[in-house]
Design a protein around this ligand. Structure first.
Ligand code: PEP
Ligand code: CO
Length: 453
């Protein structure tokens, strides 16, 4: 394989990049970021890879979720806390159902750059560059706002650093206490229209906690009950930023992208010969690659050869986002990977192939279709004898109305009430929790089937 260095991606064809006109300013910002402290450190990344190895073996489950796009405007402690709380609540449900640890990976503290289906946006007779995420340009529709500004990379770095700081504090400082998270889940069950269905499970979690206390296990002082670890992730899209935060680990000589623990490559930039795969293959972080219906078994093998030539378990997660086509397109991928003995974590992103535009021109997703894709994903993995390793969701702890359906039965008409996303529609806190309760049924079935074998 050809030699890699942190700049080798620059010699390749690259898609989905902004057109920076002030090259000098870009270079100045890149040098400044190169001197900033890393956001994460190599040992944490190695721990995540180990956790993902367990996911690969079917001994843990991956929960990856958060905003479609973080924004500068929505940056505050309440939003961070609510997103973390939601991740923790979902994780408790999934841990209990699957009787296995849940690896928690946020789509946050760095998720600021977005691929777009078109380079420009036309409103009336004005055509401007598309919004590409707050790290690149501003969403408001004027030439000045849409002009990409490299300075935004430093702002995204600073926001990521503050977000991560609060996440670490919450994760170790009491917010993650299982008793607390359980209490929130009880509130959700009480308030939910399908609460009855979930009550039984919530009761059993409560009983399990009481049982342990009764046995004399003092949970108040048990670190694994009181605290947790939440990792961060985002799409590695703006490679100028990713390169500037990539550092060589003194202990091993390996390169780590220190902007997040895990990075993924999107559906639109995963061409094996292009810049994004070139960059990602050289860093040691666990890597995700999105796989839509167009991914062929040969594409998958090529990507696995490039990204994971040593076939390390936990290194490569394939994030399936195929919508209805999953039943036809996923089995050949799994079969090929299995026949070649490839170590792959299979995760399901039920969001990105289920986006529709309503008659009123609003982007939305239906809860039922999201659930349907996850269900198919679990069924296919079972039929092929592989593990449904995880889910990848766009969601928010806020009470938004962006996706239709769920027990709340949000209708198309209600979408405009609280539609705040700066990119794709997200599940709100109730919908995301409801999804995790429903997924817990699939996890239980998978567990029971395994026990019967
Ligand atoms: C995303 O995860 O926000 C995204 C753009 O996904 P995909 O690359 O799968 O379209
Ligand atoms: Co999205």
């Amino acid at each position: 394989m050809k030699a890699w260095d942190i700049k080798s991606w620059r010699k390749k064809n690259i898609l989905q990049q902004p057109n920076y006109t002030d090259r000098q300013k870009l270079e100045n910002i890149e040098s400044a970021i190169r001197a900033f402290p890393p956001l994460i450190f190599a040992d944490e990344v190695r721990n995540l890879t180990k956790q993902l190895e367990r996911v690969c073996e079917g001994k843990a489950f991956l929960l990856q979720g958060g905003d479609c796009a973080e924004s500068f405007a929505e940056f505050n402690a309440v939003n961070i806390q609510d997103t973390l709380r939601l991740i923790l609540q979902m994780a408790v449900v999934l841990t209990f159902a699957g009787s296995c640890p849940v690896v928690k990976v946020g789509r946050l503290a760095g998720q600021f750059a977005k691929p777009r289906s078109s380079d420009t946006e036309i409103i009336g007779n004005i055509e401007l560059p598309s919004y590409r995420g707050d790290m690149i340009n501003d969403i408001s529709f004027s030439m000045e706002s849409r002009n990409p500004d490299p300075e935004r990379m430093s702002r995204a770095y600073n926001q990521s650093a503050s977000t991560l700081n609060l996440l670490r504090a919450f994760a170790k400082g009491g917010l993650a206490d299982l008793h607390q998270v359980h209490k929130w889940n009880l509130e959700f069950v009480k308030g939910s229209r399908s609460g009855k269905k979930f009550q039984d499970m919530a009761d059993r979690i409560g009983e399990a906690l009481e049982f342990m206390e009764a046995c004399g296990i003092s949970l108040k002082d048990t670190p694994s009950i009181k605290e947790t670890t939440v990792y961060t992730s985002h799409e590695a899209l703006l490679l100028n930023y990713e390169e500037a935060l990539t550092r060589q680990d003194a202990a091993t000589g390996d390169w780590y992208d220190c902007s997040a623990h895990m990075l993924w490559i999107g559906e639109r930039t995963r061409q094996p010969e292009n810049a994004h795969i070139e960059f990602i293959r050289g860093i040691k972080n666990p890597v995700g690659v999105k796989a839509g219906p167009s991914m062929t078994p040969d594409d998958l093998m090529r990507l696995a050869d490039l990204i994971n030539p040593e076939n390390i378990s936990g290194r490569l997660t394939i994030i399936i986002r195929m919508g209805d086509e999953i039943t036809e397109k996923l089995p050949p991928l799994i079969r090929k990977a299995k026949s070649e003995g490839r170590k792959i974590v299979w995760s399901s992103d039920p969001m990105h192939s289920n986006t529709v535009i309503t008659d009123n021109d609003i982007k939305t997703r239906s809860f039922n279709r999201i659930l349907e894709e996850v269900k198919n994903f679990f069924e296919i993995q079972y039929a092929e004898g592989t593990h449904a390793g995880g889910i990848h969701c766009e969601m928010t702890g806020q009470n938004v109305t962006e996706c239709i359906g769920g027990a709340q039965a949000i209708t198309e008409k209600e979408l405009t009430e609280k539609y705040y996303t700066s990119c794709d529609p997200r599940l709100n806190a109730n919908q995301a929790l409801e999804l995790s309760f429903l997924i817990s049924d699939f996890l239980k079935t998978a567990k029971n089937r395994k026990n019967l074998q």
